[in-house]
Design a protein around this ligand. Structure first.
Ligand code: SF4
Length: 328
């Protein structure tokens, strides 16, 4: 059965900080926080659609700092979700995202009591200078502590990281990934920085005091990150912000592409083809791969075929069920 999230965005309401990159309203595309009644109505409406399509979903409170919203409101939302999970077989659990410094023992206890199945921590970086420069208001130690509390409560841990923040470097991103791996999250989301209007990053960018990583640099970096996490059995469940008209309207710079993951996976495929081809004679080769890999192998606008041709390898790519990469 296909698993999805029923995402319910709880905007900036709970957050006492203003991170350098955050214009939460643009990111979530929402202007006001939903009431418990509105959430219930959405859950009921979506239950019918999910059942029709034979799908299951987790009820996911995303978009802000869920565990920092007014406690009564948080409990109302959790109660609504818990009742729905008990009532509708298509709902299999509850997820939320929050700040690392908004998880303590009491909060972890509440989440467990309401049957929360996964918590995603907006960690963004494990580098202290990057955290400080981007007004995160918490340390790497806060991330470690919150991650440990979540895991001790038997709740699935997810971590979110950003690339290309103010004072960030690709090396620091790779170190962040290594630190994440030590915390053994089940899932990771990677968000290359998008520079939005009405944010401090936007001001720094407009004054020429900051520029994020370039597109190609980000693709290379994300290819390394994706590989690193997957090698360690950690699922990367998102790469890049969701396509949204609000973000497109409000962005000043940074890296945003609706097909970013496909582009990154295609770059990984190019690297793999290259490392195998490098051991062979230049000239013509046939490459076989499973049909589901073909578009990645070819690349957007045939970029991988062209890149290999420039290096002296003329290739054709053919389907072969179950094969990752076979070169003849
Ligand atoms: S903690 Fe999250 S919601 Fe709050 S300002 Fe930072 S990114 Fe925005």
């Amino acid at each position: 059965m296909k698993q999805t999230n029923l995402s319910i965005f709880i905007p900036h309401v709970g957050c006492t900080h203003m991170c350098s990159f955050c214009d939460q309203k643009s990111i979530t595309g929402e202007r006001s926080a939903p009431t418990a009644e509105q959430v219930r109505a959405l859950i009921e409406e979506q239950a019918a659609h999910l059942s029709e399509r034979g799908m299951i979903a987790e009820i996911a409170f995303f978009g802000g700092s869920f565990t920092a919203i007014p406690r009564g409101y948080m409990l109302e939302l959790l109660d609504t979700a818990k009742v729905a999970v008990e009532e509708f077989p298509c709902y299999t659990g509850i997820r939320c995202s929050t700040r690392p410094d908004c998880v303590d023992e009491e909060v972890a206890d509440i989440l467990k009591r309401y049957g929360v199945t996964a918590v995603e921590l907006g960690a963004q970086s494990m580098n202290e200078e990057v955290l400080l420069a981007n007004d995160r208001g918490h340390t790497a130690e806060d991330i470690r502590r919150a991650a440990a509390l979540i895991k001790q409560s038997g709740i699935e841990l997810g971590l979110q990281m950003m690339t290309g923040l103010y004072k960030d470097t690709p090396e620091r991103c790779l170190e962040t990934a290594d630190e994440f791996i030590k915390l053994s999250p089940k899932t990771v989301r990677i968000y290359p920085t998008v520079i939005l209007k009405n944010t401090r990053l936007g001001e720094l960018f407009s004054r020429g005091e900051y520029k994020s990583f370039g597109f190609d640099e980000t693709v290379e970096l994300c290819a390394k990150l994706l590989r690193k996490f997957e090698k360690n059995g950690i699922r990367v469940i998102r790469l890049g912000l969701h396509a949204s008209p609000e973000v497109e309207r409000e962005m000043l710079g940074g890296v945003y592409h609706p097909a970013l993951r496909e582009i990154v996976e295609s770059r990984i495929f190019l690297r793999d083809m290259l490392s195998r081809l490098a051991k062979l004679e230049k000239g013509y080769h046939l490459i076989y791969t499973d049909p589901r890999n073909i578009s990645k192998a070819v690349g957007q606008k045939k970029c991988n075929i062209k890149a290999l041709a420039e290096l002296g390898y003329e290739i054709d790519i053919l389907p072969l069920n179950g094969e990752y990469l076979l070169i003849k």
